[in-house]
Structure formats: C-alpha cells, structure tokens
Design a protein around this ligand. Structure first.
Ligand code: SF4
Ligand code: SF4
Length: 316
C-alpha cells in the first residue's frame, strides 16, 4: 500500500470497473496503472466552476472507492502527472490569490493543461451575470475567464450537462443568456477539442475515465465521440436499451402513478431518448440508480435538458 490510500491491486480493480465496456481492455490496465503512477508527463488541471450548483464537483468528490484523495492526491500525483492547480471550492487559497493560480498555470503551460469547466457560462452584456474574482476593483466575468483560459488548453472537459449544453442555468427564459462550453467557444472563435461529460450530475466514473483516456491516448478521435461530443463508451447506448424494466414494457405493464410496478413510460420516463450507461454502472459507488429506485429517467445527460424533457413527469 505504501503511502497510498488504497492498495494498488484494489485500485486496478476499480480502474477495471470504471473502464468496463470501454476500449480499456484488461490488457491495457497495466498501462492505466503506469499512466496513473509512473513519472511520464505533467498535466496541470484548471477546474473552473461557472454557473452551476457545484453538484458535479460534489459527485466527483463523493467517490468512495477510490476517494478523490486517492485519485487526485495519492494515485495520480505520485507520478507528477496531474496537478489540480485551481479549483475554487477545493483549494485553500481564495480571492485574487486563487484566480492568479489559474492564470499563471495557463500562461506557463500553453497547450499542455487540461481545462475542466463545470457549469454554464452567462453571456448577456459581456457575461456580467457571472463573475469570478476581481482585478483592479472590477469583477472578472466567467466569459472573460473562458476567453483567457480556453485558447491555450490542450483539451477542455465540459463536466456536467450545464457545461456541456447549458443545462438548468440556460433553461427558458434564460435571462442570463447562459450557454454551454461548445457554444461559447464558437462565440469566441476558439478552436480547442472539447469532450462533453454530461449528467446532472456527471458520474465520477465518466469523469475519471475520460481523464484517464486523455492521459493514455490523447484527444479521442471523432469516431469515439457521438454527435453531441460524448464518449461513446459511456453514452453509446440508451438507458432504455439496458433497462431492468424492459420486461414490464414487453408485457404491456405500465405504472400510472409513482410506486406502482411497471415500466414508467406513461409517468414520464425519458429512458428511450437518453444515452448513458446508468443501468450497468449505477450510482453512489454502484448502490442504485434512478429507475431501480422507481424514479423515471429524466434524461439528464441529453442536450436540451431540462426544457426538452419538460414536463418531466409526463409522457413525451
Ligand atoms: S422504465 Fe423507462 S427506460 Fe425502462 S423500459 Fe420503461 S421507458 Fe424504457
Ligand atoms: S437514469 Fe437518466 S436521469 Fe438518472 S442519472 Fe441516468 S441519465 Fe440521468
């Protein structure tokens, strides 16, 4: 175990589970271990929280096995590969000291850092509805941070549906004109690869698996992403495709109210229109997932969520 929080054998078992049904075939697991523990390269990370509830940070932080400490501090950092240089909630520094860390990291590591964005970006009136820190007594907008930090990144990971597609902050009537990362980059004419990791929140395995994927293989080729910029290994099949309630559907048994046994299509399940591997991965370290808890899938990983899926509890 050494000074790591969990034994390497256990970590490898977790890596295997996290990457199940992905191109990380078991034969590649030693390479995963090498990438996560060997002294190969340094990848500074800048994690910026924009217009968001912080749920995606909480989801990733709440991983039990491995804990976020194992992932970021123990398992990844010993190889000096990942440095989480900026995360406004996790870091001790505050105010100008913290935002300077993000800016200095970007300036010193042009083309080498991974820019992680959580939350949508307000764009009305130059983005004045969302600010992060101050300079010379004036607030710096999240939009301005996108302008500063996005162009020099080797890749941008849009964590959660708000960052990927706008999500709840951009729901109608969207008075702040909030947008997802892809739309903001188009607005700013910035051309940097973006990998979307949607979900409300994002599943920790989807996040860690994507980071590992970028470490091992670099930017995923277009064939590995779907038309919405998501890795097909996690979002390639619909929730409905692997749902545990398919037998109910086939037998014509439909729930008409909450708590009733049956497929939940009539009470608003969006599983047929939603792409994610929740039925096989599950949530809270494999404890449960929406439909198994008798809650219809709300389609939280899709572009257009929540507007396109509202009213949530009515059949689409
Ligand atoms: S509960 Fe939803 S995902 Fe499951 S079979 Fe019914 S419609 Fe499909
Ligand atoms: S089952 Fe549907 S609503 Fe639940 S987390 Fe998965 S995609 Fe989101």
């Amino acid at each position: 175990m050494g000074n790591h929080g969990i034994p390497r054998r256990e970590f490898m078992r977790w890596a295997s589970a996290a990457t199940a049904l992905t191109p990380f075939h078991e034969a590649f697991l030693p390479r995963v271990g090498a990438a996560l523990a060997g002294a190969v390269k340094e990848y500074p990370l800048i994690w910026m929280q924009d217009s968001a509830c912080s749920g995606c940070s909480v989801s990733v932080i709440n991983t039990i096995h491995p804990s976020i400490k194992n992932v970021i501090l123990d398992q990844i950092l010993p190889g000096h590969q990942l440095f989480l240089n900026y995360h406004s909630t996790l870091m001790a520094a505050a105010g100008r000291l913290s935002t300077d860390a993000a800016w200095e990291t970007a300036q010193k590591n042009k083309g080498k850092y991974v820019f992680i964005v959580e939350g949508a970006i307000p764009t009305r009136d130059g983005g004045i509805d969302g600010t992060l820190g101050e300079e010379d007594g004036k607030p710096v907008t999240m939009l301005e941070w996108m302008r500063r930090l996005a162009p020099g990144a080797m890749a941008i990971l849009a964590v959660g549906t708000c960052a990927a597609y706008g999500g709840i902050p951009s729901a109608a009537p969207n008075p702040t004109q909030s947008k997802g990362v892809g739309d903001v980059l188009k607005m700013l004419s910035v051309n940097v690869p973006v990998i979307n990791i949607p979900g409300c929140p994002c599943h920790p395995d989807w996040f860690i698996g994507t980071v590992v994927r970028v470490l091992l293989y670099g930017i995923p080729p277009a064939k590995d992403l779907d038309e919405h910029g998501r890795l097909k290994v996690y979002y390639g099949k619909s929730v409905h495709n692997r749902c545990i309630f398919r037998d109910y559907l086939d037998d014509g048994i439909f729930a008409t109210k909450f708590g009733e046994a049956g497929c939940m299509l009539e009470i608003g399940c969006k599983g047929p229109f939603t792409h994610a591997d929740c039925p096989i991965r599950q949530w809270n370290s494999g404890v449960n997932w929406c439909i198994n808890a008798n809650a219809p899938c709300m389609g939280c990983t899709e572009p257009g969520f929540p507007d396109a899926h509202s009213p949530l509890y009515q059949r689409r």
